[in-house]
Structures are given as structure tokens and as C-alpha cells.
Design a binder for this molecule. Structure first.
Ligand SMILES: Nc1ncnc2c1ncn2[C@@H]1O[C@H](COP(=O)(O)OP(=O)(O)OP(=O)(O)O)[C@@H](O)[C@H]1O
Length: 416
């Protein structure tokens, strides 16, 4: 399984130019994350800081028990082997064929024989859809192909953490969808922790488990995807809709006069160019292809989210419940899919101590508040898309250190 990346109080400047300050977030082991933010807010700098290519003035980045901002060069070299990085431009060596580019990390970091290297390289070449192009030079192929070659190279060492800097840049929307699907399939296959830096709203809406956003030198938000996608914060809404009216300006932030002029235009019905999509409706997350294993990250993510759901904004809570109900609905309708296993695996997955799953019933932890964990159990066939309706009739037990179990059939019991 991928490893957790714990960032605490990170601050980075170049000379007198502060890029961002006091950034704290934890990328949960094996989950897929996206980092959004307007151009120039330091997303690439953040990514490079995570692999120790840039050095922050303050804060820590703990990976597998090592703070890479403090460790020795030798320790950093070892930690870097956990990473696969897709840089913005693919960062391929121009004088090497794609084959040699992709083989490079294996020749550099392992003692593998050439026939084994060939097996691994050709496997990855096939995975990213470049079979037949392996003898070409980077200058002889399209930008999208270079991107895919960069991804193949990032994967050859079976990384536990994959960092992708704008995997969609230079790609058409269809190829972007393919590369996004590939990232979800890779996550299902090797359970690596993934961080995608992107401006692409479609990727943000459909791929990550968690989303963060950098703005005005700060991490304005990081958490389950529904938190950002339903946020009422003007900067988030403007970014998601791609509208010029809002706090994000062409270069830095806007002054008051410009903001007032824009507000007047908006009030007069003039378009800011943004999409009018309804972001309150959460698009289902992309699932691994049917031939892929179950995405274990989705199972863990679901549990992690249920553990904190009560601390999230009301909009996000409602969206999460709707997302889960939709997962359950898909699961009930197509029992052989990966989604089913994600929805159903909560039966025996990592419950808080004391929660005992009743065989034959679907179990969801619906809250942990005032020392009480509340779970709902219902027969699988009664799973409903209206999560609110399914839960509203059940009293949440507020006695401490107890677990209230409420059932669809009205029976209620309490377990220590
Ligand atoms: N090595 C460096 N030395 C000095 N300044 C740098 C260096 N690398 C980046 N910067 C500055 O840091 C700021 C953030 O750059 P970065 O590339 O991280 O932004 P970004 O959010 O990834 O932008 P984009 O979305 O346009 O790719 C920019 O002002 C850039 O000029």
C-alpha cells in the first residue's frame, strides 16, 4: 500500500518572494488527491518540495517516518525511491528513445538484468498505450505521447507515491479522460498514494478522493472532494466555474475598484464567461475498469470520511451522503462491479472498536459524536438513494462510550 505524506506548517519563499506559508495537510495512504489553484500560486513548487528538490524555510514533510526537510542526503535518496513523478513537460531526455527514457530509473536505481528491464518497460509501455512507439525520440512524438511516456517512466519502480504535475496539459479532453482513467486504474492496481496538480475541473470533479486548493499564499481548503465541490467560498466557486468575476484576477488579486466594477457588470447581467454548471450536484467518481482489482483506497476513504463527517460543512455532509447512497445504489444494481465491493466491504472494514457487523446486513457508520458511534444496519436490498430518508427516523444516541445500533426494521440495541 502507498504511504501517507504528512505536511505540517510548510513555508516556502524564493528570496523575499513568499510562495506559500503554513501549509498543513496529510495525504492519506493510497488515496487519490488533487491540488488546485490559480497559475503561479506555487503548486509545482509544493510538489517539488514534497520530493526534497526544493527546501522549505519552515515546517516538515514526514514520509514513512522520515522528515525529508531534515534528513541526510542518503536518507533522502532512499525516500525518493518511493516516488514516481510525472513532471509538467514529461521531462524526458531528448537524445534517448522512449524505451531508454522509461528504462532509465531501472538502470539507475536497480541491479536488474536487461531482459527483466525489457519486461518491465514493455509492460508499462503497453499500459500507457505506447506500444510500437518505444524506439522513437521524444522530439518525434506528440505532446500527449510524451506525457504518457513520462507516466510510464514514473511507474517503473512500482512507486508508493505518484506525483503528477498537470497530467492533462497539452492533451485534448478525450485523452485527458483516458489518462485520468489510467491514474484510477493504477491506484486500484498498486494502491499508491497519488497527488495530481491540475487546473482541470473535470479531473477535479471526477478523479480525486480529496481535493486541496492554494490561493493567496495559503492552502484555503483540503479534505474530501465533496467539501471543495460544494464550497460557498467565492474563490472556490469562481475557480470551479472558470468565471472572470470573483476574487481571482489576471495576475494577483484584484483591487477594490476592479472588484466593484465587475460586481456592477455582473448585476447588469453581463457574463463573466464562466460555466453555469450546477456544482451542487456531485458527479460520481470515476471507477476502475472492470478488469482492475477493487480500489482499496475507496474503501478506506469511505471509512475515513465517515469518521469526520460530523465536522464537515452541512453542504458537504449532504453531498457525501448522496455520493455514498449512489455508490450503494450502483452496488445493489450491479453486484459484480468494483463499486459493489467498495460499498459492501464496510461490513468488516476497520470499524471503531465495539462495532460488530451483523452478517447479512449492510452497515454504515453514520456518526461519531459526543463519544458515541452510531451505525445504521439495514438489509442490503432496502438500500435507498435517499440517505436522509433512510436515517432520519433513527435517534442518534448521545450517551458516551456506547454504540447505538439502529435497524431498518425498528429494532434498537446498544453495545458497550
Ligand atoms: N526555482 C525558482 N526560483 C525562483 N522562483 C521560482 C522558482 N520556481 C518557481 N518560482 C516561482 O514560484 C511561483 C510559483 O510557481 P509554480 O510554478 O509553483 O506555480 P504553479 O501554481 O504551479 O503555476 P502554474 O499553474 O502556472 O503551473 C512563481 O512566481 C515562480 O516564478
Amino acid at each position: 500500500m502507498g504511504v501517507e505524506v504528512a505536511v505540517e506548517g510548510l513555508t516556502k519563499s524564493f528570496g523575499s518572494q513568499n510562495i506559500w506559508r503554513d501549509v498543513s495537510l496529510t495525504l492519506p495512504a493510497g488515496e487519490v488527491n488533487a491540488l488546485l489553484g490559480p497559475s503561479g500560486t506555487g503548486k509545482s513548487v509544493f510538489l517539488k518540495t514534497l520530493i526534497g528538490l526544493l527546501h522549505p524555510e519552515q515546517g516538515s514533510v514526514v514520509i514513512d517516518g522520515t522528515d525529508i526537510t531534515q534528513c541526510s542526503a542518503k536518507e533522502l535518496y532512499e525516500i525518493r525511491k518511493l516516488f514516481g513523478v510525472l513532471f509538467q513537460d514529461g521531462a524526458l531526455f531528448g537524445s534517448m528513445t522512449l524505451y531508454d527514457n522509461i528504462a532509465f530509473p531501472l538502470r539507475e536505481h536497480t541491479k536488474k538484468k536487461e531482459d527483466e528491464i525489457r519486461r518491465i518497460v514493455m509492460d508499462k509501455v503497453e499500459l500507457v498505450g505506447l506500444a510500437g512507439a518505444e524506439d522513437k525520440l521524444p522530439g518525434e512524438i506528440s505532446g500527449g505521447m510524451r506525457k504518457r511516456a513520462g507516466l510510464a517512466r514514473a511507474l517503473v519502480l512500482d512507486p508508493e507515491i505518484i506525483l503528477c504535475d498537470e497530467p492533462d496539459s497539452g492533451l485534448d479532453p478525450v485523452r485527458t479522460a483516458y489518462i485520468s482513467q489510467l491514474l484510477i486504474d493504477i491506484n486500484a492496481e498498486i494502491d499508491a498514494t497519488i497527488l495530481i496538480v491540475t487546473h482541470n475541473i473535470n479531473i477535479a470533479r471526477t478523479i480525486p478522493d480529496n481535493i486541496g486548493m492554494l490561493f493567496r499564499k495559503e492552502l484555503v481548503m483540503y479534505g474530501p472532494r465533496e467539501v471543495l465541490l460544494t464550497s460557498e467560498q467565492p474563490v472556490v466557486k469562481q475557480f470551479l466555474s472558470g468565471d472572470r468575476f470573483g476574487p481571482i484576477g489576471m495576475s494577483e488579486e484584484k483591487d477594490e475598484a476592479v472588484a466593484a466594477a465587475e460586481a456592477a457588470m455582473q448585476a447588469a447581467g453581463i457574463s463573466g464567461g464562466g460555466t453555469k454548471d450546477d456544482f451542487s450536484e456531485i458527479i460520481p467518481q470515476v471507477q476502475p475498469n472492470p478488469d482492475m482489482p477493487v480500489r482499496r483506497a475507496a474503501i478506506r476513504h469511505r471509512q475515513n470520511v465517515l469518521n469526520i463527517i460530523n465536522s464537515l460543512p452541512a453542504n458537504a455532509q449532504a453531498a457525501i451522503r448522496a455520493s455514498m447512497a449512489e455508490e450503494d445504489r450502483v452496488a445493489a444494481e450491479s453486484p459484480d462491479t468494483s463499486a459493489t465491493l467498495v460499498a459492501m466491504s464496510n461490513h468488516d472494514f476497520n470499524y471503531p472498536e465495539g462495532v460488530i457487523h451483523t452478517p447479512g446486513l449492510h452497515t454504515d457508520v453514520i456518526g461519531t459524536e459526543a463519544g458515541t458511534t452510531t451505525v445504521i444496519e439495514r438489509p442490503t436490498e432496502t438500500i435507498t438513494t435517499d440517505y436522509e430518508a433512510a436515517t432520519q427516523n433513527f435517534a442518534v444516541d448521545d450517551r458516551t462510550e456506547e454504540i447505538a445500533v439502529v435497524r431498518e426494521d425498528g429494532q434498537e440495541s446498544t453495545r458497550e
